[in-house]
Design a protein around this ligand. Structure first.
Ligand SMILES: *[C@@H]1O[C@H](CO)[C@@H](O)[C@H](O)[C@H]1NC(C)=O
Length: 239
């Protein structure tokens, strides 16, 4: 009869539909399954590297950073100095543990975890304001080479198999190429604000240092003197 589908063709249609369903569901299930299994791994291993700036050599630093009031005071001092000596950049207060690490970010983080697990929390102790002769060591807070600080520097150099110059722990306050007399002046001004008698609670460095209980991994391409491209890509706790 016209308009009525026979039993035979109904069955064929059903089978065909099942085939189509099966053909599309099985690969879909495989894809979803793979995605679910891979997801946790991906989160751990893959790093979003959109911060990388083309034209700069990929380079990282390990930093230890003060927190709370100490960070606030130092942040303010860096801002004050950068404003007084343009075009000096403004940056986060930190003591570099290891500079110039030229391996992919993912590997830097993996090694930072290894390093952190080999360390105990330690104390970075400030010594005095000092000044150097290169851009990235213009005016800084020199830190004491105490046991914890030197040990961390040694272990970092071992973990990253790097033979960098001897560790001179310091917290930079000004990045600049200003002449020596200006450096002396800037150091004197910083000293007055952070330690001076005429200083007030807003600028006085009350603490003698800070406790390190984490390591920050920063993208710090050395060509970028403006520090505009610098990014914190991970913080690894020391436990
Ligand atoms: C600390 O540094 C400041 C500025 O550079 C200097 O005037 C002062 O004499 C130094 N103090 C000590 C104890 O070395």
């Amino acid at each position: 009869m016209p308009g009525v589908i026979s039993w035979g063709s109904k069955r064929k249609l059903t089978i065909a539909l099942f085939r189509i369903l099966a053909a599309s569901l099985i690969p879909l299930c495989i894809l979803v399954g793979r995605y679910l299994v891979a997801q946790p791994l991906r989160k751990m291993e893959e790093l979003d590297t959109s911060y990388l700036v083309p034209g700069y050599v990929e380079s990282y630093s390990l930093w230890v950073m003060p927190k709370g009031k100490t960070a606030e005071i130092l942040r303010k001092e860096i801002k004050t100095l950068s404003a007084a000596y343009p075009p000096a950049p403004d940056f986060e207060p930190h003591v570099t543990l290891l500079p110039d690490i030229k391996i992919p970010g993912q590997d830097v983080i993996a090694k930072a975890k290894e390093l952190a697990s080999a360390l105990q929390p330690y104390y970075v102790s400030f010594q005095n304001i000092s000044r150097g002769s290169v851009y990235f060591q213009c005016v800084y807070l020199l830190c004491v080479k105490n046991e914890g600080t030197i040990h961390a520097g040694d272990v970092a150099r071992k973990v990253y198999s790097m033979d960098t110059p001897p560790y001179m722990p310091h917290l930079s306050l000004l990045y600049s190429d200003i002449p020596a007399e200006s450096r002396d002046l800037a150091a004197g001004q910083a000293h007055k604000r952070l330690y001076g008698e005429g200083s007030n609670y807003d600028t006085l460095l009350a603490e003698t240092g800070f406790t390190v209980d984490s390591i920050a991994v920063w993208y710090t391409p050395i060509e970028d003197k403006s520090t505009a491209s610098w990014r914190k890509i991970a913080v690894v706790p020391i436990v």
